[in-house]
Every structure is written in structure tokens, then in C-alpha cells.
Design a protein around this ligand. Structure first.
Ligand SMILES: Cc1cc2nc3c(=O)[nH]c(=O)nc-3n(C[C@H](O)[C@H](O)[C@H](O)COP(=O)(O)OP(=O)(O)OC[C@H]3O[C@@H](n4cnc5c(N)ncnc54)[C@H](O)[C@@H]3O)c2cc1C
Length: 448
């Protein structure tokens, strides 16, 4: 029987597997080292202060059923949410771990019935063999598959050049803050959503030592706006072909909306919805310009902070337990009293540095051994803008010789370079459904 191997069983891999299981008879094997499918980096956290950054009615595994998660939340299987999860407006921002539980429980019956096989190990390499693929697994086994979906997504954050001398030092944390003692002095590098999560966790654990939060431009993730009518702004019918043209049009639209009483959120929601068309219309140099000059601004408006997390951050700053800093790290070394960090002309001595700059997608093909092996064999190539893996708009991986491969697909954020916006759950779900449909269709054609 035709086998689809899904390598990586975080959110993207789990959604592809679930939709494929519901729509076709192909054999589905998900290779994922974690105990449960669907959790991955974002939803594997057990910290109740790591909130979803969007309300529950925008999170679903099924675009045909937008209230799927909301219904699960009120089902007997769902846990009680921590106090304060609902805002005064009645929107619920659940812990990310609860969303992970929802995804895992949704997929579980399909594993129990044998329709989806979860191989709890890691894929180390994959190579073409006959008409399909042979995947080498960390547990010593192999897996034969007709088609592969790469769903490995987020690599670790990049260590900035100025912090390289500290690589391997226990004071430099790339992942998790559990080892930080309450009296330690902490520098958080990055003031986006991950940095805010770190502040929330430290606050709950009773951090007493000083905390600094450094960002290059001193920007923070923006809050959510009111529920409001849709904007008339339209970037798809006659898309812009330059980054500057797009910026000017966005500014005009935001100003026009403001006169009609709408906040900027309406335009950014439209930009997000029309992301694939906007991105497709930009020639490569303009994509590069957009990423260079506008990405920071885009990120803080597009990745909005949960109100509960924002309230903790505001409280900690007002109480002077967290000090925002603006600048760039120019050097770091271990001194007798801790780690000395140079930020321009200033020095700061800290015990711990937490890298909260987000996954380094431009390093994916170097950091992940599976992708490195595929790249060495010419099956995958890096996105020219450092956004992950080069694919077609249908998420087929483009080989080194330029061929788009029907039997090697990329699900989730690493295919962002072709799609434009593929990070949040709504987009990941929509594209995972497309991939599952394409796989089911070809499976049916093969069987006929
Ligand atoms: C911290 C964080 C918070 C977020 N919060 C939100 C939110 O609130 N709302 C929202 O809409 N979006 C959010 N996002 C965005 C989005 O939901 C994530 O990008 C999502 O995690 C993407 O899932 P994924 O499965 O593609 O990647 P990942 O979560 O990275 O999962 C990849 C999986 O692949 C596995 N893997 C890696 N290498 C191998 C290998 N060689 N073999 C086998 N398995 C492998 C890993 O174990 C992992 O489980 C968040 C993202 C992050 C990083």
C-alpha cells in the first residue's frame, strides 16, 4: 500500500496526518520523538502562563469547522482553564499546552485505530530508492514511503556573533528558563512574544533578581484590537510590486480606516489574509527589501500579545522588576562576578542570558540533520530569503536541479518563503489541508 511518511509530528505534521486519515486510505506514518502528536515546540509547554496569542474561536484544526476548538474546550475531556483565561470581552486565551492537548486528543483515535502510525523516533536522513524514499531512523530502523511530508519546522534560535564566546556556558540559555534561580540577574534578548513569555514565567516563579529585556528597536508586540467591521482595503485585486508601494498603501488605508473609526488591526488582518497574493506579486529584490526594512514592524503588529501576558509585562515594568533596554549586544565575556555584556558603550553584569529571538529558520538546513542530509543529496534547497526550504506555492520542495517534487512536500513555517505567511494556526491549518488533499488525490489516482 502507498505510504506517506510525515517527518515531524508537531502541529503541522499532526494536522496533515489527521486530514489525510479522514480523506484517504493511504498508510500514514508520522515520525516524531515526542510522546504526543500535535504539540511540537509551541504547544508542548506545560507552563500555564504560556498563553495562545489569539482567542479560542480563531484556533481550529479544520477550516470547515471554525468552532472545533471552542467546542472541545467545553467538552468533558478538556481541563479547567486557569482563572483569568477569559477577558472582560469574553474572549478566551487558553494556555498553549491546553491547545496541544486538544490537537493530541483529536489525533489520538486515529492512532488507536491504526489509521495513523506514530513512530516515536527521529528521522536522520532520507534518500530516493526505487520509486519512493527510504528514511533512516534514529532508533536504527528504516521506513519506506512513496511520499514524504517534511514538517520539522522550528530550529533553535541563532546565537548572535557577539555571544558566540559564551556558547556552551551554562549562563546562556537557548531553551527554557527552569534552571534560573530567583535571585539571579537575567538578560532577556528579544522583546517579542517569546520574551514576554519568559517574563511571565519568571514572575510566576517569584523572580527577585533584576531582569533586563533587550531589543534592537525597543519595540514590543502590539495588543489585540476590538472586534470591528472589515476594512475595504484590498491588496489582492491589484497587488503592489514594490515594498515601498505596499508600505505607502498600508499607511493610506490605515489613515482612511481611522477616519471611519477602525483601528490598524483591520488592515493588518487583511494583509495577513491576502499574504500569499501580496507575496506572489513581489519580485525577489522587493521581497528582500520588505524583509530587511519592514519585517520588524510586521512582526509586532501581526504577532499580537495575549492580554494576560501583556498585563504581567506591564506590571513587572511598572514595578521596575523588568527594565526594557534598547540596543545591540557588541560583546560578552565571563568575568569574576558573572557574565559581562556590552551593549554599545554600556556594560551589564548578569548571571543568565535568555535568547528569546525566535527560531532561526535560515539555519534549518544546517541545524536539522535530516534537512542537512536531504540538502547534501540535492533534494532540498534553502529559501533564498532565509525563510526555510525553497518550495513551489503548493509546498512541493524544489530540488537543487530546479525540479518541483510531487513526492516531497513541506508543511508548516518552513514553506513560508513561497506562501508569504505561514506561521499562525489559521494559515498552517489551511495549508496542511491543501497538502492532505493533494496527497489524498494522488493516492486515489495511484490506486485506480
Ligand atoms: C513559542 C511559540 C508560540 C506560538 N504561539 C502561537 C499562538 O498562540 N497562536 C498561533 O496561531 N500560532 C502560534 N505559534 C505559531 C505556530 O502555531 C507554530 O509555528 C507551530 O509550532 C508550527 O508547528 P510545526 O509542527 O510546523 O513545528 P514545530 O512545533 O517545530 O514541530 C516540529 C516537530 O518536528 C519534530 N522534529 C524535528 N526534527 C525531526 C526529525 N529529524 N525527525 C522527526 N521529527 C522531528 C520536533 O520534535 C517537533 O515536534 C507559536 C509559535 C511558537 C514558536
Amino acid at each position: 500500500m502507498d505510504t506517506v511518511a510525515i517527518l515531524g509530528g508537531g502541529l503541522s505534521g499532526a494536522i496533515v496526518a489527521w486530514h489525510l486519515a479522514r480523506s484517504s486510505a493511504v498508510r500514514i506514518v508520522v515520525v516524531e520523538p515526542r510522546a504526543e502528536l500535535g504539540r511540537g515546540l509551541a504547544y508542548g509547554t506545560t507552563d500555564p502562563d504560556h498563553k495562545l496569542n489569539v482567542p479560542e474561536d480563531r484556533m481550529t484544526l479544520d477550516t470547515a469547522d471554525l468552532l472545533h476548538f471552542r467546542r472541545w474546550l467545553s467538552s468533558p475531556e478538556a481541563p479547567f482553564l486557569p482563572p483569568g483565561s477569559a477577558t472582560l470581552r469574553g474572549e478566551v486565551f487558553a494556555p498553549r499546552g491546553v491547545f496541544g492537548q486538544y490537537v493530541a486528543q483529536t489525533v489520538q483515535p486515529w492512532i488507536a485505530s491504526g489509521r495513523i502510525t506514530h513512530r516515536r523516533t527521529r528521522a536522520l536522513a532520507a534518500r530516493r530508492e526505487g520509486a519512493g524514499w527510504l528514511v533512516d531512523l534514529e532508533d536504527g530502523g528504516t521506513l519506506s514511503a512513496g511520499r514524504i511530508v517534511l514538517a520539522v519546522a522550528h530550529p533553535a534560535p541563532r546565537v548572535p556573533a557577539a555571544l558566540e564566546p559564551l556558547r556552551g556556558d551554562e549562563g546562556l540559555l537557548l531553551d527554557g528558563v527552569d534552571t534560573i534561580a530567583p535571585d539571579e540577574r537575567v538578560l532577556i534578548v528579544g522583546s517579542g512574544l517569546t520574551g514576554a513569555d519568559v517574563v511571565a514565567t519568571l514572575a510566576r516563579r517569584g523572580q527577585r533578581g533584576p531582569v533586563w529585556m533587550l531589543s534592537r528597536h525597543g519595540r514590543r508586540s502590539q495588543p489585540h484590537g476590538p472586534r470591528q467591521p472589515e476594512t475595504a482595503a484590498d491588496y489582492a485585486t491589484t497587488p503592489e510590486h514594490t515594498a515601498l508601494g505596499l508600505l505607502r498603501r498600508v499607511r493610506r488605508d490605515v489613515a482612511r480606516d481611522a477616519q471611519a473609526g477602525l483601528t490598524w488591526h483591520a488592515v493588518f488582518d487583511r494583509l495577513r489574509a491576502q499574504g500569499p497574493q501580496i507575496w506572489a506579486a513581489l519580485p525577489h529584490p522587493e521581497r528582500a527589501r520588505l524583509l530587511r526594512h519592514l519585517r520588524g514592524l510586521w512582526d509586532i503588529h501581526r504577532f499580537r500579545i495575549a492580554p494576560q501576558t501583556e498585563a504581567v509585562l506591564d506590571r513587572q515594568i511598572a514595578a521596575k522588576r523588568v527594565t526594557p533596554l534598547r540596543g545591540r549586544i557588541t560583546g560578552a565575556r565571563r568575568g569574576p562576578d558573572g557574565i559581562v555584556v556590552e551593549i554599545g558603550a554600556h556594560h551589564l553584569t548578569v548571571d543568565r542570558i535568555v535568547l528569546a529571538t525566535g527560531p532561526a529558520h535560515d539555519r534549518a538546513l544546517v541545524e536539522n540533520p535530516l534537512l542537512a542530509a536531504l540538502a547534501a543529496g540535492g533534494a532540498v534547497t534553502a529559501d533564498p530569503h532565509g525563510l526555510g526550504i525553497r518550495t513551489t506555492a503548493e509546498c512541493r520542495a524544489i530540488a537543487a536541479d530546479g525540479r518541483a517534487q510531487d513526492d516531497l512536500l513541506v508543511a508548516g513555517p518552513l514553506a513560508r518563503g513561497a506562501v508569504g505567511e505561514l506561521m499562525g494556526v489559521p494559515e498552517i491549518t489551511a495549508w496542511a489541508e491543501r497538502i492532505a488533499r493533494a496527497l489524498a488525490l494522488r493516492g486515489a489516482t495511484r490506486a485506480a
